[in-house]
Design a binder for this molecule. Sequence first.
Ligand code: AHR
Length: 659
Amino acid sequence: MRKLAIAAICCAISAAASVPTVLKLDASKTGAPVQPTMYGLFFEDINYAADGGIYAEKIKNRSFEFPNALTGWIPFGKVSVAESGGPFERNPRYVTLAQEPHRSKHTGLQNEGFFGVSFKKGEEYRFSVYGRHGQSGSATIRVELVDPASKGESMVVASAKINVDKAGWNKYTANLVPGKSVSKGVLRVFLEKNPAGSVDLDHVSLFPVDTWNGHENGLRKDIATALADIKPGLLRFPGGCIVEGTEIPDRYQWKNTVGPVENRPLNINRWQFEFQHRFSPDYYQSYGLGFYEYFLFAEEIGAEPLPVLNVGMLCQYENPDPKVQVPVDSLDEYIQDAIDLIEFANGDTNTTWGGLRASMGHPEPFNLKFLAIGNEQWGPEYVERLEPFVKALRKAHPEIKIVGSSGPSADGKHFDYLWPEMRRLGADLVDEHYYQSAEWFRDNAARYDNYDRRGPKVFAGEYACHPRGRKFNHFDASLLEAAFMTGLERNADIVQMATYAPLLAHEEGWQWRPDMVWFNGDTVNLTASYFVQRMYARNKGTNVASLLADGKPLTGQDGLYASAVFDADTDAYIVKIVNINKESAPFEIILDKLPKKAALGSVECVAMGPTSDPDANYYSADMLGESVIAAPAVEKRSARLSFTVAPRTFALYRIPVKK
Ligand code: AHR
């Protein structure tokens, strides 16, 4: 019903009383290319986006390396923690389960997962553990998926026994298929009484078998699929502020995130403590989702990878004193990390880092082209540290495009200082961030129309509309993002990358909102901002097309916005229009100077209208109105298309050209 209603409003031939806005599209001009990287994803492990989120591991603190070794675990019976001597050098702790002498008592561990261990009826889950039996020569453990709230006869919905019977530390696995779906389950590991004996355990893990592309150390298929569906051209990772660190050891070090997953050392997550009103004391980074997995995911979704590396600076919000930053003459290790990362991504398999990549399963290069140095840094302290990076990278890898920062906001002191400095240093792109008000998004669709085009290109690296008092993902904020993005599209000669932020949020574990995609243990919930991004990314075209109203771009005059691209791959013009008004808006598009003998095909329309509940946080694909307008006639190389855009609607028109 909803589909038909929107289609009728948006795409019907206009019968509206008011004067239509006439948009002239000059088909004789081919504008600047739209870069394949134009619309992308910005991934940061905030809001439990990685551990507890897209990274499909279900066990929290699987290696017992949280500061409190048993965070996330309830031990029962005779459980002890050894501080060292486990099978993994960089995760040295392990646990010992010893026999309870009393016949009625048991020894084991229960894990709470991330906001519960969720599992689905009939799906397969791979349990794995590193085990070593004690003196007795073997030990048996029993693994259970449990529904603690079960009202049935048994709480146990799946179980398996594993004999830990080989000499020394070994990996053991068992697949479990629950007979029931449970959202807030737990995992239990029991030491069986018979045969008697103790067992040492480490790296206790539970993954769905059905991950994204079936990778064992994989991603949640539902979340990864939602991201892939956008068809993003860029994946920026791993942050965000997470790159920076609150203290030097907390900074993100990519080398700790590659190699065998069991040996990647734990790091604190700065979003644990950033906002006291959203404090998350169990938020750490296992790095199970590390740089190899990011590169692989980027490749699999057809996105260019854009890693961001630490420039030798801590988060300046948390560390305002410039003296605490890494001294400029001590940056060698940081610069070497950047050079080694390029080798990890692109190097030959006979190099140190290229060899590691190959050993992890990817002998082919990842074709890294872009590297960002520093996240949201500012001031001369940033510039003086970035400079040696630029010099070293230009020398060693002139083929890599360098992305610099313009600070944390869209204008002001830091921004005004940094842009000329980025130009001076010869950065290829400058990362701009704007979490701004509704008014700002409403008024900034022309932001790039007169930008200085003599220097670096623009990467709109983090943006989202944050209206006052309404910091959830409501429709009108997303509509303003769509309006603003007409300006990104029109200026694709200078704006070459844009990524909404943040990307993911756990419904029970968020620190920051709005976010593009929400999830819990069972489901993924999409937002209107997600569909705005998806409509742009799937319809980015290949070249900007000139689209003018009264000789000027439509950038908010009377609450209306428009931009257009030509898509050489499908021979079609794609026009995007945003009407932020409470009244519908009649339009005419005049396609002028079409190629000789060209005809137009029927026009496909997609309209994104408001949610009926103004407080809705989510949006779904079945709320998009889809319809078709009959092919407009072409006379003397000109065609006219008339329609009305409904109130508060983002509408897209795909107009095929038949030559
Ligand atoms: O996206 C959330 C945070 O906003 C990022 O970590 C940071 O770069 C910005 O301040």
